[in-house]
Design a protein around this ligand. Sequence first.
Ligand code: PEP
Ligand code: MG
Length: 905
Amino acid sequence: MPKNNKCVYFFGGGKAEGKASMRDLLGGKGAGLHEMTRIGVPVPPGFTITTDVCRYYHARGRYPRGLEMDVSQALKRLEKQIGKRFGDANEPLLVSVRSGARESMPGMMDTVLNLGLDDQTLQGLIRQTQDPRFAYDTYRRFVHMYSDVVLGVKVRDETQVNVFEQIIEQKKRDRGFRSDTELTGDDLKEIVGRYKGAVKAKTGEDFPDDPVAQLWGAIGAVFRSWNNDRAVAYRELYHIPDEWGTAVNIQAMVFGNLGKACATGVAFTRDPSTGEKKFYGEFLVNAQGEDVVAGVRTPRAIVELKGLMPKPYAQLKRVCRTLEKHYGDVQDIEFTIEDNNLWMLQTRSAKRTGFAAVRVAVDMVDEKIITKKEALLRIEADHLNQLLRPVFDRYDKQKAALEQRVLIKGLPAGPGAATGRIVFHAENAVEWTRNGERVILCRIETSPDDIRGMEVAEGILTARGGMTSHAALVARQMGKVCVAGCEALHIDYATRVMRVNGTTLNEGDWISVDGSTGEVIKGEIQTRQSEVLEAILQSNGPACKSPLYRQYSKLMKWADAFRRLGVRTNTDQPDQAKVARAFGAEGIGLCRTEHMFFQGDRIQAVREMILADDEVGRRKALAKLLPMQKEDFKAILEIMGDLPVAIRTLDPPLHEFLPSREEEILELAHVMSVPLESLRDKVKILQEFNPMLGHRGCRLGISYPEITEMQARAIFEAACELRQEGKRPFPEVMIPLVGSREEFAAQKNIVQSVAEETMKVYGVKIRFLIGTMIELPRACLVADEIAQEAEFFSFGTNDLTQTCLGLSRDDAGKFLPTYVLDGLLPEDPFVSVDQEGVGTLMKIAVQKGRRARKNLEIGICGEHGGDPKSIHFCHRIGLDYVSCSPYRIAIAKLAAAQASLLKLE
Ligand code: PEP
Ligand code: MG
């Protein structure tokens, strides 16, 4: 049981037993009520039953001993404060019973208001208020809520008709009224009778008329609501642990429905969508809280309250200022005005959009409410993402949802919004876009062959593949919108049709994909480019004047000042390198040379190289590739100036460059004028059962040293030419999939001698390094050996995760989500580094590597390099830099700064 045995914490009369820092025990709402009481904000008195009790209740099926006594004593204290008695027929005290977990879970759990009413106390309420209408209205609300929450009376029957609403609507119709407020006391009295009748008909029991029994009924129901379907689903979605439990807050009722001098509302101390310093909210006169939330009546904008109730409005604004200052953050508040007196019912940090998060953080530093450090720690990765991604027009998307056009939800693999016409083949994507169409490339899965189609498409949608599938990683690198792994999507390439949950879509139909949420929507939805991205890409352009961009760049400057980790980018295209520089990349951490093989008609030369029968033939084909690769490297090295550029030698198995379908083989044989049979044989020979563990990475360069030689030559010739032009290129040649010192040394020797030879020919010296990817467990375990040869390490955590966990990165998407849902894995290890397993290997590699070579440069270029949690881990284990796709650079910089700041604490 609760360690200190204290189950109930009281607040009221300016004193509170709890405080803000006790949210684990008192829940967010409870801690807020206690804290507000302490700092002199008007809060109706009450008490909180702790989350420990909730956990005990769920574990044992009963309350801890002594709780009944504690609650009864707290109730007595409350009665004394208020001067009314619970269950008293003359001066009845009514209470609210509200849930409140550590993290706010808005609307997910239950609440009961106006508790303590029965036929006797009702008379007391009438006498007290001299307002029978109010009393019966309150009673009606209570019966409705209690029946729903505690008695489990389904307010909606099989026909989805709300039984209680039906009764009230019927009465309004009989009386010819439009609004609830027109109902008289007598009408409401009759409605209460009918409500109770409906409860009896549904449960076979009378509505409980003992306030103490009602109270315990409500406490139990609130605890149980921790496990209702909504709450469980919400916890899954936001990774809230099941064991946290909820607290219960029992508070004296204040009434916003006691006449015209009463109101109730919700407000934000600043605009939660834009962050503008503007009091923002809604209220209703003569109403209770649920009326605002339930939308039965249309609430009014908060500014109107100023004219209606100037005194409480001024007080509310004062309180908001106090709260914002006290908490140092935008607050989301609930209030009630009873007879012109303001009461605060809740305060919490407001949930906000990325736009608001950035603006508020920067404004609050300027206003000296928080420090730069606090501002940086408050921005989430997702917040920055929102600033950069194209956005769907909000109303257009809402309309689509209302029209039930949301077809399916897949993995949000490349954030942003894209809308276009369905195409199924990369070449069609190219052709259609050439004709001015916007397209979404829909594939069962993508292969490097689709890259040109992916490049021109607005967005990419795949039926298979996880977050590090080819589609996802290329999409992110390109800054493309991508939804992957929609398992229920059936694509038929032959008929050019796809089916999803009963809807059939043809090539050319309009579709929209939201890569931030994973939603796939039928039809067109308007999008627009984010102003911040526009400003970043056109430095000094007019968009740079945008206030949001200015705030963003201020924040980035602070991040740069605090971070220790360097931030590089993964890119293999000159235009992507330009984007990366605009984002402030400090080098390239991974240039995948194989992606360059697909451009233009290079694939032809690549295929000639693969199909060659001997070294002579291969060298002939490689000689054709050399100038093209050199041209690419030169362009990239030039854009990156004197920053390091890690260029990786060829990595994927060769068969990836050959077609697999019979008709494609036929076509290729024709184009290349090679015998069909020999081409077919070659394709067959190159096929592997397990290509990811097969003839790839440095193994290719070991088998065919001339490939490594050509690539090294292209790199150094490019660099030497630039040096001759007075530039200072800094290539880092990176060997993939190394597992031993010998393998690395063999490749290094080739690179080293080509480097020396080329520099001699050009008569220049250039700065360069030769290092390796660390992407096999063995490489980690013998990192000291490898580091004797290698000048740098770069963790390839995509392959390291695959090989450490024995999980295929291309197939795991089928079953990994179940692992995560069932809690067998905390999250997808291809998204966030598996710190216990893969992370341990990384630590070993860092320690061993640096032991052998003190100044060994170590980075990461797997997809994890753009994941904030993994970046924190990389900081902790002492890496020098992370490398991520150009569009994640800002996020990586922020996460790197946060990692430094958290370590300082
Ligand atoms: C890796 O394995 O993490 C890596 C960066 O290489 P690739 O994804 O190209 O295999
Ligand atoms: Mg790899």
